[in-house]
Design a protein around this ligand. Structure first.
Ligand code: GLN
Length: 592
């Protein structure tokens, strides 16, 4: 075993040339430099000629086929010169994938990082900290699966920053829209600023993007309807729920005094249906619970949908709602007359429960997590908790799609093609199934009671992206599919790989390796990444491809040229020597 010393002089020596550094860093020289080895070879000649020194670098860890993700990540982000990883750079790369520092799935890692910086005597901020491989490994241990997923571009929206930029453009466009009027039937809503405009997005992988007034609290109002309906489906089953409420759009106002031909409310997204859903939750599931207990229970369910974030309750809104509820009471009595309620319903308590659900307070960020839980089949992407059954969520989305936007539902389904629910506070909960959830918040409402900016945002969104339910994903016309990796097809994969090699983009090559791509792929002319890196003179890429990826060094392109020929033809001597040495080493040690 060699010490960390120069092999020739057994003292510390300067490593200057890149080839020398490469040899020193990567080569197990014990197997090469056998004294008296009469197979005097290039390597020995080279050593004699340049008086190379070799250091066995113990920190080197090979990227084999059983690649260790934490090591690969470290390699991806470490500073080439210092061999250390800057936490600041690493965290901003994490952010670029759409993950947030406060994501509960990263909490352990963030706690570990804080511990490291606390140990730091100068108390410098965590972002300026530099880590060794060992430190990095112990810090990211618990989150390595998620991080590897993120950096392998395997999240549902791989190019998240680009996607966010597009969202931002739409956001600013809609900001200019000053149409609509803020709801004024109760003073608490009337007071809300018409200028508030917030957009929050959470993907099913927990990638997040928020813009504008995303922390302003608002009461969720009718956005509670799909959630209560989902809970009722989960607890009581669809058969029970739909003996009391239908699945048809009413074609009338959300608070219209009207029932369907079976004398049931048309659907759970309008007031009549939602009041019935509240009565089912109160009287048919654990009826022994007091009103207070049932409120806590339901609020807790809502919070779980929001990744265990704390919801608020606006008592002033609740009291106002109750006071200005002639229409809702009228609806209730009308339904009572037609025996719409389950047995043992306590009418007053049930109405209060409905007003309480409308008066729950949240913000854009929080509601977007709820929407993402619906997009993700009932599993909250942030807490990873299975909150609702996928069948319940499917039913919720179906009715949001056909009935969620009041009397605009038909047009919305036609133009936007996404399940959504709006509320009088100006909030809109929108779901792109299997992709992401959104909350749009802007108080001014159109004549039908939907947020003007919210509706415009959705229309602009589906103009740009193929999110409409009936957009064809394969033959999409002029729309972008952000779900697709830019280089998803094999052909594009190769182009991208070769481009990275030709331009000397080592980080991108590492990314390809990390994503499990076959780095030996060749283009139509039989040119491989190694050919390109060798001919363009990118030593570090050649090194990476040979030693880490172990791509074959002697492949011929269609003109019969190997990567070694390329290096020689283009005058990259050091690279040519490197390939020759590698060739020799591998010829000698085929088991390597
Ligand atoms: N609190 C409102 C009501 O019951 C909720 C309706 C809505 O948001 N559209 O009338």
């Amino acid at each position: 075993m060699l010490s960390n010393r120069c092999f020739n002089c057994f003292s510390k020596c300067q490593i200057k040339s890149p080839l020398k550094r490469w040899l020193c860093n990567t080569w197990n020289i014990t197997s090469l430099d056998i004294p008296g080895n009469n197979k005097s070879n290039n390597y020995t000649r080279l050593r004699q000629r340049r008086n190379y020194s070799f250091i066995h670098d113990t920190s080197y860890v090979s990227y084999g086929s059983d690649i260790q993700t934490d090591v690969a990540l470290f390699e991806m982000f470490k500073n080439k010169d210092t061999g250390l990883l800057s936490i600041g750079n690493f965290l901003s790369a994490v952010k670029g994938t759409g993950l947030r520092k406060n994501d509960p799935r990263l909490q352990n890692m963030m706690d570990n990082l804080k511990r490291v910086s606390r140990r730091n005597p100068d108390g410098s901020a965590v972002d300026t900290e530099k880590l060794t491989l060992e430190q990095f490994r112990s810090i990211v241990q618990s989150s390595v699966g998620l991080l590897s997923y993120a950096f392998r571009n395997q999240f549902i929206i791989p190019e998240f920053q680009e996607f966010s930029k597009n969202i931002e453009e739409i956001y600013w466009k809609c900001k200019e829209n000053t149409n609509g009027k803020v709801a004024s039937y109760i003073p608490q809503l009337k007071r809300m600023s018409p200028d508030y405009w917030g957009v929050s997005i959470v993907t099913i992988d927990g990638q997040r993007f928020s813009l504008g007034d995303v922390n302003i609290p608002f009461t969720i109002q009718s956005c509670s309807k799909p959630l209560s309906y989902g809970i009722a489906l989960d607890l009581l089953g669809a058969d029970v729920v739909h003996t009391y409420v239908g699945q048809e759009p009413s074609g009338r106002n959300f608070n219209e005094l009207i029932l369907d031909h079976n004398k049931k409310p048309h659907n759970p997204m309008i007031n009549a249906g939602a009041i019935i859903i509240c009565s089912l939750l109160k009287t048919m599931y654990s009826p022994e619970m007091s009103s207070a207990e049932k409120f806590d229970f339901t609020m807790n369910f809502f919070e779980r949908l929001a990744g265990n974030e704390d919801l608020g309750f606006n008592n002033a809104v609740f009291l106002s709602e109750r006071e200005c509820a002639d229409r809702n009471y009228a609806l209730g009595f009308y339904m009572k007359e037609h025996k719409c309620f389950p047995q043992h319903t306590k009418f007053g308590e049930c109405m209060d429960f409905y007003f309480q659900c409308c008066s729950l307070e949240a913000n854009c960020d929080l509601v977007s997590v709820m929407a993402a839980t619906l997009a993700n089949g009932g599993i909250c992407p942030i807490s990873e908790e299975k909150v609702l059954k996928p069948e319940s969520v499917r039913d919720v989305l179906s009715l949001m799609h056909s009935c969620g936007m009041y009397d605009y539902s038909g047009q919305f389904a036609f133009k936007v093609g996404l399940p959504a629910k709006s509320g009088v506070s100006g909030a809109m909960l929108v779901v792109v199934p299997n992709v992401m959830g959104m909350c749009l918040y802007s108080p001014p409402l159109d004549a039908l009671g939907n947020s003007c900016r919210g509706v415009q945002f959705c229309e602009e969104l589906v103009k740009k992206f193929n999110f409409h339910r009936y957009d064809n994903l394969k033959h999409a016309s002029n729309k972008t599919d952000p779900r697709k990796h830019k280089f998803e097809t094999k052909g594009l994969n190769i182009v991208n790989l070769l481009f990275s090699a030709a331009s000397g983009d080592l980080t991108s090559l590492r990314r390809h390796k990390l994503s499990g791509m076959d780095l030996t792929l060749a283009d139509y002319d039989g040119r491989t990444a190694l050919h390109l890196a060798a001919s363009e003179g990118h030593l570090d890429c050649v090194e990476f491809l040979l030693t880490h990826c172990r791509v074959p060094y002697d492949v011929c392109d269609r003109w019969g040229r190997t990567p070694l020929d390329e290096a020689k033809i283009h005058g990259h001597k050091v690279i040519a020597e490197m390939i020759e040495l590698w060739q020799e080493k591998n010829a000698k040690e085929p088991e390597d």
